[in-house]
Write a protein that binds this ligand. Structure first.
Ligand code: PA5
Length: 352
């Protein structure tokens, strides 16, 4: 029997039970949607949206931008830094997202947002960010605690999405709400597939096998660029493995030259193309040529796509596939997917 089909062996490696949290993703999406309603944020007017966060708390901002920017005539900016860009002024809506509530870069931006008179919304499970929001009486979306931040993605993405849907006109909002319903159904189906099916019928397990003992290079396009970044970081944190991401069309202007050399690295990489039916026709052609060029060089390449009609379902199910593939990769590597010892050590040293 394949190791990936043996629940007992999986449980021995997955000591903190990340599998349970991955399975709960669709349910978390639902809970996060309801929880945002309870926070009763009024329809907001703003000149732009900044999402401040780091790591697992920032990626929701990237996904939001990929999904919503084409529907919103205001800029969405993700800030992974200590300082807000100078153009973020009192007319901006700023989300400070920190799962723990104690990430220093995010706290610094939240304080800056308050001092510039921005509308601040804090999304956190507690910590100093919660205290800051309470002290300044700004909207707070308090999310359930006790999870690794990256497994709380639903709680760090949906509050931003649901809040910003209020800024769309009626027709666009209704269309987005229909996409939301579809996303719930599709993620439910995929959770059952990725969790329950044996390796032969399970795309997440098969992908993990293909990535095993290689350095994955994940390439996205307009909608899937943020997902490529999520896959990369999930492979790092869950499987404790190096990985790399890039996006088309930009990668055709630099990254591709690196496929040539050094020859000693050739067998080390595996390439995954995150495709989407809405790609710009020229990007579609570029993906096609990318695949040809990689194959001509004998480099392993896989193509995957999200599930569903709507962009939101496609986006979230593609995230889900990467989450599960990185989980199974951790199992193949024999490492518990949950602990992130080096991140913790870095934070400890910084606080000395
Ligand atoms: O996955 C992780 O643990 C990290 O990427 C964290 O999300 C990151 O360090 C920021 O911490 P927090 O999410 O608590 O703000």
């Amino acid at each position: 029997m394949s190791l990936l089909d043996d629940p007992q062996r999986i449980a021995e490696v997955d000591r903190a039970d990340m599998r349970r949290l991955l399975r709960a993703f669709p349910e978390q999406l639902r809970r996060a949607w309801d929880l945002t309603a309870q926070a009763s944020i009024e329809p907001l007017e703003f000149d732009g949206v900044a999402v401040c966060g780091m790591g697992g708390s920032a990626i929701g901002g990237d996904l939001l931008r990929s999904y919503l920017q084409p529907k919103l005539n205001k800029p969405i900016q993700v800030v992974r830094d200590y300082e807000l860009p100078p153009f973020v002024d009192g007319g901006w809506l700023v989300f400070a997202v920190s799962y723990s509530g104690n990430t220093e870069e995010t706290l610094s931006c939240a304080r800056e947002a308050l001092s510039r008179g921005c509308s601040l919304v804090a999304v956190t499970s507690g910590g100093r960010l919660k205290a800051l929001a309470q002290e300044h009486n700004t909207p707070l979306i308090e999310v359930p605690g006790e999870m690794p931040p990256r497994t709380a993605l639903a709680f760090l993405f949906v509050p931003l999405l649901r809040t910003l849907l209020l800024a769309l006109d009626d027709e666009a909002r209704k269309a987005a709400e229909r996409e939301w319903q579809e996303a719930l159904e599709q993620t439910q189906e995929r959770a059952a597939l990725y969790d329950g099916k044996p390796e032969a019928e399970n795309p997440a397990k098969r992908l993990a096998r293909a990535l095993f003992e290689r350095i994955p290079a994940i390439y996205g396009g307009a909608l899937t660029e943020a997902v490529a970044r999520r896959w990369k970081t999930q492979i790092n944190e869950n499987a404790k493995q190096p990985a790399h991401w890039d996006a088309l069309p930009e990668l055709h202007h630099n990254e591709i030259v690196g496929w040539e050399w050094p020859s000693a690295l050739k067998g080390r990489f595996v390439y995954v193309l995150l495709r989407d039916p809405d790609e710009h026709p020229r990007v579609q052609k570029r993906f096609h040529i990318t695949r040809e060029l990689l194959e001509e060089r004998g480099l392993p390449v896989f193509e995957v796509q999200g599930q569903g009609e709507g962009r939101l379902a496609r986006l979230l199910t593609l995230v889900q596939l990467g989450d599960w593939a990185s989980f199974y990769l951790a199992i193949l590597n024999g490492v518990d997917p949950t602990p992130v010892a080096l991140i913790d050590a870095m934070k400890r040293r910084l606080s000395r």
